[in-house]
Design a protein. Structure first.
Length: 295
């Protein structure tokens, strides 16, 4: 249990953990850090955690936490009020607020920690002492579903694909504001999330994404212009990020450059190789061989 507390304090959020006397405890946590965004998939047997005032004072995070329940019923208690989360429910709270969470029959969940400093000033996520934001599975929030998909793919899978940091921040901002953010932020969040879902499709196009978001092609073009890039530049950058993950990962020895190019939505291996080296300063094949040697 002490090792589990130490790991959580270093990788996610410092917590005091307890189990019933004599009960065996097993847990696993897969973590990914992207800038000021921390992602995790957590699985464990029954236990209780507390973010106590003493611990908050010793190890503050300055962050907002989001949890997506995947398995088991979870208790969340804060300020004398108890609430239960079931699979598919989503909770957003201040990571520096005093709370207790309980998992009576084990659990599996996705966790997200986002530094408050990267969130827009106009949104008001829960602060210490405020009740959490809970979104039930039945509410079918498109922003909550998108966050769950992106985090779920990035942690604890055979083919981790770290999402774009700004996309996660945008989705959380729109989720907390209940869709009341400026329209271009809402459109950017949905467009970039859709692109992440379809990154491997070589036929991904501006009209397709615009239609999925519910805006015109011209509006979508402006969304990316506000980001200082074009739609093709954004897609290319994300595909190259995915390719780098694959070529540096555990499956690298079994993958050829042409295979990775096709897996990441490139129609031309030559174009992939050229843009990959220009972006990362190393040839795709060289990175793959270095990964294979390391493994």
């Amino acid at each position: 249990m002490r090792a589990w507390e130490e790991h959580n304090a270093e990788a996610l959020i410092a917590l005091e953990c307890r189990t019933r006397t004599g009960e065996e405890f097993r847990a696993r946590e897969d973590n990914v850090q992207i800038g000021r965004v921390h992602l995790a998939r957590v699985r464990s047997t029954a236990h209780t955690v507390e973010r106590s005032p003493d611990l908050i004072g010793q190890q503050p995070t300055g962050a907002v936490a989001l949890f997506v329940s995947l398995r088991g019923e979870a208790l969340f208690q804060q300020g004398g009020r108890r609430q239960f989360l079931r699979p598919g429910d989503l909770l957003v709270c201040d990571a520096d607020g005093h709370f207790v969470r309980g998992f009576g029959h084990g659990m599996e969940e996705l966790a997200l920690r986002v530094d408050r400093r990267v969130l827009p000033e106009e949104i008001c996520p829960p602060t210490p002492g405020e009740q959490p934001l809970i979104i039930r599975k039945s509410e079918a929030s498109p922003y909550g579903r998108a966050i769950a998909r992106l985090v779920g793919r990035a942690v604890g899978s055979q083919d981790p694909a770290p999402p774009d940091e700004q996309t996660i921040v945008d989705l959380l901002s729109v989720l907390v504001s209940n869709g009341a953010m400026r329209p271009h932020v809402v459109h950017r969040a949905l467009a970039c999330a859709y692109i992440e879902d379809r990154l491997r499709d070589p036929h991904l196009s501006v009209p397709e994404v615009a239609s999925a978001v519910g805006i015109s092609v011209r509006q979508l073009t402006r969304v990316f212009a506000d980001m200082g890039r074009t739609f093709p530049q954004h897609v290319l950058g994300r595909r190259l990020d995915l390719a780098h993950t694959l070529l540096a990962g555990t499956d690298a020895p079994t993958l050829s450059t042409a295979t990775v190019a096709a897996m990441c939505g490139f129609r031309s291996t030559a174009h992939f190789s050229q843009t990959f080296q220009a972006r990362f300063g190393i040839a795709a094949g060289e990175l793959r061989r270095a990964a294979a040697k390391r493994l």
